[in-house]
Ligand binder design. Structure first.
Ligand code: ADP
Length: 396
């Protein structure tokens, strides 16, 4: 069974084709600059192919992907009929979806209803679904939601302390994101610990451009750092994370900005970029800090301090901790960030082997042999989770 995984953003479309009998990745790629001009990066086992291809809209991009998949030179299929199902990453499932589902007209409508609370993310996801439906009618499609894994959070974790009627009327509450990644790495962490998933207490740190921490207690998400939107929680590449909400009207007044403009600043010009004025990329920040740039150094300090604070508070939420897991671009690669975060957590029983920690890009336990709490780095694989869920949803 071949599953095409689609992750559709506002101007990009990432794809992977997996053979789900063997879970083997057949090909992956990326369409960039959709609606601008269009650029395809296609990585097949035998050949990497890159080209400027016009992509006036997402439907055109999906057609470009289909052509690339069946191309005689760099394709991996002989015809489109060899695509048996499509799995879509959908960012926000609201309170409606606690699991992956086959996309019907009703599900499509429910995803559309969530656009109100996820205006940046759900519309492009929906465009991707509709484009695939049009180009491949009859191929079953499944929605896999970033929020679904967090549906197990208890009320005390997801309720904001605001008038209850705002929750009732508008569903303003914590939802959490990166669920597929937190689920994947926490499952592998339990295996590495040699513990059944339903007995392990794990804090997972998904540290990429967007970043969140999750408390996974006995296989269930019981709390996570992102909230109503992916802006809450950790300081990120360009996002502020937690701030005092009173800052918003203050800046509006002082800088003569609208609420939307301040929100744009908090989403796109804050975080590491905002503090350092250098970059949102941790490699650039590390280089700048080494060269003596104090603000680059300060931004890294802020980032690591806040990750450690969340890990500590989630150890309290779970009344114990077996392991801390680092994943995504920064978590998998940045040994400085891992070491710095762990340096705050010795009181919990975390002790790392600094030599082992220098390795990157592979699953590893980089704790000292007798450390009570294990420090793990595990490469995430959200596409594999989406493909697995797609297969399961179609079986179920
Ligand atoms: P997203 O999927 O949220 O866009 P990723 O998980 O791909 O993000 O993470 C991207 C970030 O990972 C980059 O911005 C960079 O800061 C960081 N990163 C990637 N490779 C390295 C590396 N070798 N060392 C340090 N940081 C890295």
């Amino acid at each position: 069974m071949n599953v095409l995984v689609i992750n559709c953003g506002s101007s990009s479309l990432k794809y992977q084709l997996l053979d789900m009998n063997s879970e083997k990745l057949l090909v992956k790629g990326l369409c960039e600059r959709i609606g601008i001009d269009g650029f395809l990066k296609h990585s097949a086992p035998s050949k990497n192919y890159e080209a400027n291809v016009p992509m006036p809209d997402h439907e055109a991009a999906v057609k470009v992907v289909m052509d690339a998949l069946i191309d005689k030179d760099h394709g991996v299929l002989t015809s489109m009929s060899e695509i048996h199902a499509i799995g879509h990453r959908v960012v926000h499932g609201g309170e409606r979806f606690s699991d992956s589902v086959v996309i019907t007209d009703e599900v499509e409508q429910a995803i559309e209803d969530c656009c109100d609370i996820a205006p940046l993310h759900n519309p492009p996801n929906l465009i991707g679904i509709r484009a695939c439906k049009k180009i491949m009618p009859g191929v079953p499609q499944v929605g896999v939601f970033d929020t679904a894994f967090h549906a197990t959070m208890p009320e005390k974790a997801y309720l904001y302390a605001i008038p209850y009627e705002l929750y009732e009327k508008y569903k303003i509450r914590k939802y959490g994101f990166h669920g597929t990644s937190h689920k994947y790495v926490s499952t592998l962490a339990a295996e590495m610990l040699g513990k059944p998933y339903d007995q392990a207490k794990v804090v997972t740190c998904h540290l990429g451009n967007g970043a969140s921490v999750c408390a996974v207690d006995k296989g269930r998400s019981i709390d996570t750092s992102m909230g109503f939107t992916p802006l809450e929680g950790l300081a990120m590449g360009t996002r502020s994370g937690d701030i005092d909400p009173a800052v918003i009207p203050f800046v509006m007044q002082k800088e003569d900005m609208t609420a939307q403009q301040v929100l744009d600043v908090l989403n796109k010009k804050s975080g590491m970029m905002g503090i350092s004025c250098v970059s949102s990329d941790f490699r650039d920040l590390a280089t700048a800090a080494e060269q003596g740039n104090k603000r680059a150094e300060a931004s890294l300090e802020v980032f690591c301090y806040r990750v450690a604070q969340y890990v500590g508070s989630y150890a309290a939420s779970m009344n114990g901790l077996d392991a801390v897991v680092f994943t995504a671009g920064i978590g998998e690669n940045d040994s400085y960030v891992r070491e710095k975060v762990c340096s705050y957590l010795g009181f919990l029983g975390l002790e790392i082997d600094t030599e082992k920690n220098k390795q990157r890009g592979q699953a590893m336990d980089f704790s000292k042999p007798d450390a009570k709490v294990r420090a793990l780095a595990i490469p995430t694989n959200e596409e594999l989770v989406i493909a697995r869920d797609t297969k399961m949803a179609l079986k179920g």
